[in-house]
Ligand binder design. Structure first.
Ligand code: CP
Length: 313
């Protein structure tokens, strides 16, 4: 089997070596171009634990697991003993004892994975944890699929001008992407409502500018979902006003560079972050991002399988 990245966990992109990132992108491209999945000599058991709603991440991790030939043990928090008060640790201890070796977890609490990794280190758990999104912290698989989509379009990252626009404060996608893109040499800009731009945090990655001063210069216009469910109160939110002030309108789309692209992690609030007609416009990579999600997740899972020497390889 081709040499690939080895990791015990995949929980953050913050310290992901760029050499590993490049290998993961290459491996995902290989899978996308009909490259063969590795053949494992022993079964590998995975469970997907989603404590927040998800369509893309959940289904594409499951697709990636099936493409790799893993056995997926169904887990639905709403029908599990979590409803009886069982903790995340006790849930994972149970699954691990039953034979689950990989746990893909989405959880509303930032950094939920750190204590679990510490327990793994103490050999209380023997479980490869893959973070499918923690609160407003990290979204490694979304970030890597975004990098794959950008690389497919431009072939490189250095010098690209990339605007990340919208609900920055609540966005794990923004955090993971700005951390990777800065290290990759891209020039990052932020836009959207000023109250979602915390200069102390985001200012070290890029400057804030109004969208109309950015849109005609960007290579990538990355729109973020307005995460209503994370807002304490938003009595004065008006979708139409947001769209006119901060959204990608058809007029702004016309100003984009010829080879510039639109990205959005989904789910999209149509008519808010971007005009509904632009979701499948020629510059939009929304569907391609979701397609790429399967292949990048195959590469991430494989990295943890290799790191933990699972499957008898
Ligand atoms: N991009 C993303 O995380 O989408 P889901 O919430 O549907 O998984």
């Amino acid at each position: 089997m081709k040499e690939c990245v080895k990791m015990s966990y995949f929980v953050s992109v913050e310290n992901l070596p760029l050499a590993d990132l490049n290998q993961l992108l290459e491996r995902a491209s290989y899978f996308k171009n009909n490259g063969r999945s590795p053949k494992f000599n022993q079964p590998i058991y995975a469970a997907n634990l989603f404590f927040e709603n998800s369509t893309r991440t959940h289904c594409s991790f499951e697709m990636a697991e099936r493409k790799l030939g893993l056995t997926v043990i169904p887990f639905d928090p709403a029908a599990s003993s979590v409803k009886k008060g069982e903790s995340l640790y006790d849930t994972l201890l149970s699954l691990n004892s039953i034979g689950v070796q990989l746990a893909v977890i989405r959880h509303p609490e930032n950094n939920y994975y750190q204590s679990l990794i510490d327990l793994n280190a103490n050999q209380q758990l023997d479980l490869g944890i893959i973070n499918a999104g923690d609160g407003s912290g990290q979204h490694p698989s979304q970030s890597l699929l975004d990098m794959l989509t950008i690389k497919e379009q431009f072939g490189h990252f250095a010098g690209l001008k990339i605007a990340i626009i919208g609900d920055l404060t609540n966005s794990r996608v923004a955090r993971s992407n700005m951390q990777l893109l800065q290290r990759l040499g891209a020039q990052i800009y932020f836009s959207g409502p000023k109250y979602w731009y915390d200069a102390a945090e985001f200012g070290q990655y890029g400057n804030y500018l109004p969208l109309d001063q950015l849109v005609d210069q960007m290579d990538v216009v990355m729109l973020l979902r307005v995460q209503h469910e994370r807002h304490q109160s938003e009595t004065d939110f008006d979708a139409s006003t947001y769209h006119q002030m901060y959204g990608l309108t058809k007029e702004r789309y016309q100003q984009m560079k010829d080879n510039a692209i639109i990205m959005h992690p989904g789910p999209i609030n149509r008519g808010v972050e971007l005009d509904s007609d632009l979701v499948e416009a020629p510059k939009s990579r929304f569907a391609e991002q979701m397609r790429n999600g399967v292949f990048i997740r195959m590469a991430m899972l494989e990295a943890v399988i290799n790191g933990r020497k699972l499957g008898g390889i």
